[in-house]
Design a protein around this ligand. Structure first.
Ligand code: SAM
Length: 309
């Protein structure tokens, strides 16, 4: 058994015991297991495990728990997407990263899987803030951050209400998609719908831009049809006013269970006097991950765009 499997087995066995011997669901069992590890109640003989081995083992246990009690709004961001977002953060922040750690915000941090995938990739070069409305998910994020020793500050709140977060260098966010029910809060946003309810994912984009430094880069996992809805004209106008759209990256269809769940990556830069808009927007499609040749050609296309931007 490799280290990852051993860690997963330890978490899995205790989580199953919690599920069988108490009222807990398996996922609640995972949470209690992680807390037991941190409290020293479980023998944790994995001191030499890498941060990625720990994150991935916890991720497998959380995935198992989510499959057992499916919660469609609480989908964890899978590794493939996290690694791609991390790759883009590394590319766009290459220069800044040479000058010391960068600050990252994920306003819909969930289990922390996306944010911690990016932080592990840029290990030692980031510090981050995460916001999440769901208590169990934010506790899972907190425990995973502690076990992987990543500097992550978490706030349990509605991210569309006032946030006490200093402007950041980078935002990463797998946007929650749907209508936002709190119209009293939505009214303060430029992207508040003129009629009916506002889209939470639009407000999340605006809130993220509000909490970014000038020149910051924002990396959003968006619904693939984001620019096709009846409110999308307003969103496009808003993005043109406050940001420079850098890239829209389509993801391989095979990554998603059905068409309605397909996502893309949208990368924008908050406007600033120091920088200018890219010559052209990078429009590209990530090939199927198993096609190594096509994948290499995709990364080359990104490099060429970057050099000419
Ligand atoms: N990246 C996360 C991960 O790896 O686990 C998954 C993000 S999931 C697609 C969207 C998250 O947004 C969910 O965890 C949901 O609970 C959270 N969310 C939805 N509305 C929110 C709000 N108003 N404020 C804060 N979090 C919210």
């Amino acid at each position: 058994m490799d280290k990852l499997e051993q860690i997963f087995t330890t978490i899995n066995e205790t989580s199953e015991q919690y599920e069988q011997n108490s009222d807990f669901t398996y996922l609640e069992g995972v949470l209690h297991t992680l807390e037991d590890i941190l409290d020293g109640k479980i023998d944790w003989s994995f001191k030499d495990a890498t941060k990625e081995e720990i994150r991935k083992a916890i991720q497998l246990a959380i995935l198992k728990g989510m499959r057992k009690n499916s919660q469609p709004n609480h989908q964890m961001t899978p590794d493939t997407l996290g690694l791609l977002v991390g790759y883009f953060v590394e590319q766009f922040m290459e220069e800044k990263l040479k000058n010391g750690p960068i600050s990252i915000l994920d306003p819909a941090v969930g289990t922390g899987n996306l944010l911690l995938t990016v932080m592990n990739l840029l290990d030692g070069k980031t510090f981050a803030t995460g916001i999440e409305v769901d208590e169990m998910l934010i506790r899972l994020a907190a425990d995973t951050a502690e076990l992987t020793k990543q500097p992550l500050m978490l706030y349990h709140q509605d991210a569309l209400q006032k946030m006490l977060v200093d402007p950041v260098d980078v935002v990463v966010c797998d946007l929650p998609v749907g209508y936002y029910p709190n119209e009293e809060v939505a009214i303060d946003y430029e992207l508040c719908a003129h009629e009916g309810m506002s889209y939470a994912h639009h407000l999340f984009i605006e809130q993220s831009i509000n909490h970014s430094k000038e020149g910051a880069y924002l990396f959003f996992l968006i619904p693939a049809n984001l620019f096709e809805s009846e409110q999308s004209k307003e969103l496009h106008k808003y993005l043109k006013k406050h940001t420079w759209i850098q890239a829209v990256i389509q993801l391989p269809n095979g990554l998603f269970a059905n068409k309605a769940l397909e996502k893309s990556i949208l990368i924008v830069q908050k406007q600033s006097k120091e920088y200018s808009a890219p010559r052209e927007v990078l429009l590209a499609k990530v090939p199927t991950m198993s096609n190594k040749q096509a994948l290499a050609a995709f990364f080359e296309k990104v490099q060429i765009w970057k050099e000419n931007k």
